[in-house]
Design a protein around this ligand. Structure first.
Ligand code: SF4
Length: 305
């Protein structure tokens, strides 16, 4: 079958079986094309919760499918490729966080949405990369433990000096691998380009940026800007998607290392198999986990997230 024939078959099966397909922005173009919704993980899980479809296929990584399940426990949620995890989401165990809470009594635990459902059950509030500063800034607590990403945590701490933020040595291995010299070189090579960077990059990279924001933030910024050239400091698929969306502009990847192999694990054939009921992995979470993890997300919503 050609790519186009596979896509047509997915669209046919999706309609016949009442399936909603979500694709994170880091997915391949041929997957984005057959998705009902594309975007950041939390936005996708909110969209899925609003649909009538009984089955949702999440083309992304495990914590994203878990977040869909937490917000839509009555739906059948399938992770498109069961091997697709997120190293950052799994960097700390529930017991390690419980031990930290004992060490820092009275501190509120803020969890980046890129954490497992199990970890969310022992945290107080979730944040996304776009809402982190606003949510932490709105919290009554001065003392915060921020998990797991120390780079996003540093970004928040810089913006909110009035808060006392404890950081852990966690983070996204893909974004954190970008070296400050690579940012210097890219700026030298493309002197007219603006550098747009995800806050999961190390501070020495982010500090050189013209704009720091979530993946959606970077996409919106580049598309609405009057500028014509951009160095993209997030997963390299975004430079490619933006190039399709804005043919009159130029997009340069910040680093060759900005490739998430877990995000690349899903193929169009995986999605076809999921639609046939033959592939992927159904996400199963017990009631208690859903309830407690949902509390962490509801706390974010209550603070305006
Ligand atoms: S890019 Fe980083 S945070 Fe995102 S899924 Fe890959 S490893 Fe996880």
């Amino acid at each position: 079958m050609t790519i186009n024939e596979v896509q047509q078959e997915i669209l046919r099966l999706k309609k016949e079986k009442d399936i909603c397909i979500l694709a994170h922005s880091y997915q391949a173009r041929e997957i984005l094309e057959i998705a009902d919704f594309t975007g950041d993980s939390y936005a996708l899980s909110k969209m899925a919760a609003k649909t009538e479809n009984k089955t949702v296929i999440m083309c992304g990584v495990r914590f994203m499918a878990e977040t869909v399940k937490i917000l839509s426990p009555e739906k059948k949620v399938i992770l498109s490729n069961g091997t697709a995890g997120c190293p950052m989401a799994e960097q700390f165990t529930k017991d390690e966080i419980l031990a930290l809470k004992e060490k820092y009594p009275g501190y509120a635990v803020v969890a980046y949405i890129n954490t497992t459902a199990e970890l969310k059950t022992v945290c107080d509030v979730c944040v996304t990369s776009s809402s982190a500063v606003q949510i932490v800034g709105s919290m009554e607590n001065k003392n915060i433990i921020f998990i797991p990403d120390c780079n996003l945590g540093s970004f928040v701490a810089d913006k909110l000096p009035e808060k006392n933020i404890v950081l852990l040595q966690g983070g996204c291995p893909v974004h954190a691998a970008v070296k400050p010299e690579e940012a210097q070189q890219a700026k030298k090579l493309h002197p007219c380009a603006e550098l747009l960077v995800h806050p999961e990059c190390v501070p020495a990279v982010s500090k050189q940026a013209d704009y720091i924001g979530s993946t959606s933030g970077i996409m919106d910024y580049a598309q609405s800007s009057d500028k014509k050239e951009f160095i993209i400091g997030t997963e390299n698929s975004i430079a490619e998607h933006l190039q399709y969306a804005c043919p009159d502009k130029k997009f340069y990847p910040l680093s060759k290392s900005l490739v998430c192999l877990d995000m690349k694990a899903t193929t169009l054939i995986d999605v076809l198999d999921c639609c046939k009921g033959e592939g992927g992995e159904e996400i199963v979470l017990d009631e208690e986990t859903v309830k407690k993890a949902r509390g962490c997300i509801d706390a974010m919503i209550a603070l305006g997230g």
